[in-house]
Design a binder for this molecule. Structure first.
Ligand SMILES: C[S@@+](CC[C@H](N)C(=O)[O-])C[C@H]1O[C@@H](n2cnc3c(N)ncnc32)[C@H](O)[C@@H]1O
Length: 233
């Protein structure tokens, strides 16, 4: 069994290196190359189609209203934003993204949708938005930043949202690894250093310090992933 685990881990390390996610990296958040070019299809293949259903369920839980203006921070290919458009009539989605391959796919996806717009802005920098969005969304992106930049992103979301706006964060849950199974430990061993830092933080305290309280949470994949709905208090 130990030999099997050893080989499985070695195989995964190699596969990740080939995909552009080297073992021991500080962060994997800036997705590039082959992985970025084929991001959506690879996600579906690796999860044998589970991701497709999962992300539809996540977006359905955002309570999107026909006139909502939504800010997607680190929007990737725009796949999640297309799902959001399905709930909108007059509203719009603004995706913030910096990756060249990701922006290209986002532009292709948004070509026929006047209410899906891309802005080439770094989400940890000062953003030109204030009290204007009903919802902000960040998916599998926050964990890949240093804590000081995560805080800047959280403050940017707070500033961009209307008073009654909601901030949705889809990312890893807070978990202690010591009691988790071998496979969960391997997953986090292969993840970037910042992901291991992210799961240890006391996020409820941090949200509070930055003007948010938790309204709702939905847990997925044996509680490893959570969708948080935060409101401004
Ligand atoms: C792991 S991917 C997640 C993409 C998308 N949110 C999703 O769930 O499919 C992280 C994304 O954040 C983008 N990104 C990384 N650093 C960024 C930054 N500083 N500002 C804006 N986008 C960034 C990457 O290019 C990549 O598309």
């Amino acid at each position: 069994m130990v030999t099997l685990h050893f080989h499985a881990r070695k195989f995964l390390k190699r596969a990740l290196k080939k995909a552009g996610l080297p073992y021991g990296a500080e962060s994997h958040v800036e997705v590039k190359g082959f992985l970025a070019k084929h991001y959506d299809i690879l996600l579906d293949l690796v999860t044998v189609g589970v991701y497709k259903k999962f992300i539809k369920d996540v977006i359905s839980k955002m309570g999107i209203q026909p006139n909502d203006r939504i800010l997607d921070m680190g929007a990737g290919t725009g796949r999640n934003d297309l799902l959001m458009l399905g709930y909108l009539v007059e509203g719009e989605v603004i995706g913030l993204e910096i990756g060249e391959e990701m922006k290209k796919q986002f532009r292709e996806k948004s070509y026929h949708h006047g209410n899906l717009k891309l802005r080439d802005l770094r989400i940890e920098n000062k953003l030109p938005f204030q009290d204007e969005f009903d919802k902000a969304f960040i998916s599998f992106t926050l964990h890949g930043f240093k804590q000081k930049d995560r805080i800047k992103i959280i403050d940017n979301a707070n500033k961009a949202l209307k008073k009654e706006g909601k901030f949705f964060i889809l990312d890893y849950n807070e978990i202690g690894l010591s009691k988790k199974s071998f496979y969960v430990k391997v997953l986090f061993d292969l993840e970037c250093n910042l992901a291991r830092d992210y799961i240890k933080r006391n996020w409820r305290k941090i949200w509070k310090e930055h003007g948010f309280s938790v309204k709702n949470e939905h847990l997925y994949f044996m509680k490893l992933v959570r969708l948080l709905e935060l409101e401004i208090y």
